[in-house]
Design a protein around this ligand. Structure first.
Ligand SMILES: [Zn+2]
Length: 547
């Protein structure tokens, strides 16, 4: 009673089967049927063979074989079908409104992006979330509320304690952020003004986020010589704040500090053994990326904002002090011991600098490529308006040790670049594919099902997304189809604008957003909200509700 128009294209290729000729009165039971899949379901269990029936935006049935008709059938040809990947640390606001298809993410299987990391988010969140709601997009998106941004609004970029009135204001802004739908409080205690925030103050704000079911996620105060202290601080914020806490993009920066992940992971294990809910996320690269100023300048030199930074650089004695600090950071920390290890990713005021390292830029400035002169070049960059940088200063052994840890999930810390423009960190294009191709398949650091767990069920559980992250009936149909033998990242530091390979289909909320090597016209992405929004909607006068 129904016929198939199918093409058998071999094992790796997709056969697309279209159902035709069903009587109008009898609606097809499935909108989309994925057949012949090796299902890696997100739990970490080994794959099993099965079919997946989707109705609307939801997985309706998973079974060894589903013979019912469907509006559309995709033959997975024995490839892996996994839940769509959930990226808990992104800077997606950099690009989502320009490129709402988020091609760099979708083409490596990511269907959910979480914004607002590193203590940085819009304040208040509601207008940002409303703008995202209005946007036709291929991916789901949600956000944290940023502690640094909250402090910036209330106290400014200043190194001082807040007055009690200011503290009340900050607590209220975090509460508002949680009620607007944030997934928790992010901190960036490394950055200005997060770095001026005492732990006690963070704990008070974290308690508010915890009351609304949120988590705390931290770009830590120090990822170099005092990284262990910082991990302990992150743990303490969770313990004293009474909420789950996460070391985000965990890494050990600076050659003299390599190996410290042994101690930091031990601290995490001990805390977990005591019942502290602490977890980790990481990206699979030995270089970090942030602004040249944020990475190389001491915090005191950045207090008060750009005007004051420039004033300090114009004052010879202060400039000498700043330079000495930059020299130290190039030698022992973010600079990886050599100005060559600092590469400009993007520069608003001179696009030709993108891709050049600090040694080359020092020469362009007609200086010698010594650490001393490189520090001069770094100050010149900041004076001209600053650039985004890439910093090669992470050891491979630490990276692998962190990735392997059972409490580590995968997150990119990336953005949505305009294809071909500037020289961004390849993590935006390759994080998830690289873990699957290099760290799971080639090096066997983790298994494929564990890699998928770290990208799906684990971050979903962390965010409280109870309806995503697993291939299971009742779950939202965010799904990715890839060839486990071919999946790989293509983006490199030299040529970052290259999409990942090996993915044949990406499905968001039941609709195919990527297939046949191209993005489709579908824009089914949703804005996702934390539990606090439900609490607000249930009880506008929050106070007597215990979430
Ligand atoms: Zn960060």
């Amino acid at each position: 009673m129904w016929t198939r128009r199918s093409a058998i294209l071999g094992t790796a290729a997709m056969a697309i089967v279209t159902w035709v000729g069903l009587p109008a009165a009898q609606a097809p039971p499935y909108d989309l049927l994925l057949r012949n899949a090796r299902i890696v379901d997100g739990t970490g269990s080994p794959w099993y063979r099965g079919d997946i029936g989707i109705r609307g935006d939801t997985i309706a049935r998973v079974a060894p074989s589903i013979d019912a008709p469907a509006a559309r059938t995709i033959d997975a040809g024995g490839q892996v079908v996994a839940p769509g990947f959930i990226d808990i640390h992104t800077h997606a606001a950099r690009g989502i409104f320009q490129i709402p298809t988020a091609d760099n993410y979708v083409r490596q299987g990511v269907t959910t992006l979480i914004e607002g990391p590193d203590g940085s988010s819009p304040v208040p969140l509601a207008p940002f979330l409303a703008k995202l709601e209005a946007l036709q997009k291929s991916v789901n998106i949600g956000t944290f509320i940023g502690q640094g941004s909250v402090r910036s609004v209330v106290v400014g970029e200043l190194d001082r304690k807040p007055t009690s009135g200011e503290l009340e204001k900050m607590l209220a802004l975090v509460e508002q952020g949680m009620q607007d739908g944030a997934f928790g409080l992010s901190t960036g205690l490394f950055y200005v003004p997060g770095t001026f925030t005492p732990t006690d103050e963070v704990v008070q704000l974290a308690k508010v986020a915890g009351r609304f079911g949120g988590i705390h996620i931290s770009h830590m105060r120090d990822e170099t010589s005092r990284v262990l202290d910082s991990v302990n601080e992150t743990i303490a914020i969770g313990e004293r704040g009474g909420l789950p806490t996460q070391v985000t993009h965990h890494k050990i920066i600076g050659r003299p500090n390599w190996g410290k992940s042994i101690e930091t992971l031990q601290a995490v294990d001990e805390a977990r053994a005591r019942g502290i809910d602490v977890t980790i996320d990481a990206y699979p690269y030995t270089a970090s990326s942030t602004s040249i100023q944020g990475a190389l300048f001491p915090a005191w030199a950045q207090e008060g904002g750009r005007k004051q930074v420039l004033a300090r650089l114009g004052e010879p004695a202060t400039r000498t002090k700043i330079k000495a600090e930059i020299v130290r950071v190039i030698q022992n920390e973010r600079g990886g011991g050599d100005p060559k290890n600092i590469v400009v990713a993007a520069c608003d005021w001179d696009s030709t600098l993108a891709g050049k390292n600090l040694s080359e830029i020092t020469r362009i400035r007609r200086l010698e490529p010594t650490v001393d002169d490189a520090a001069e070049a770094a100050m010149w960059i900041v004076e001209r308006g600053g650039c985004q940088g890439i910093f090669h200063a992470i050891g491979e052994e630490d990276l692998e040790r962190i990735l392997r840890h059972p409490a580590t999930m995968i997150a990119s810390d990336g953005e949505i670049p305009t294809f071909g423009v500037s020289s961004p960190h390849p993590r935006s294009y390759g994080t998830f594919a690289r873990v699957l191709g290099v760290y799971a398949r080639e090096r066997g650091i983790i298994t494929l099902p564990d890699a998928v767990r770290k990208m799906t069920a684990f971050p979903a559980q962390r965010l409280g997304l109870v309806d995503r992250g697993l291939v299971r009936p009742g779950m939202k149909a965010d799904l990715v189809v890839f060839d486990p033998a071919r999946v790989r990242d293509q983006a490199t530091f030299e040529k970052p604008h290259q999409y990942a390979e090996g993915f044949s289909h990406v499905i968001t909320n039941g609709q195919v957003v990527f297939e046949g090597g191209t993005m489709t016209a579908a824009r089914p992405g949703a804005v996702l909200y934390g539990a606090g929004r439900q609490i607000r909607l249930r009880s506008p006068s929050f106070g007597d509700v215990s979430p």
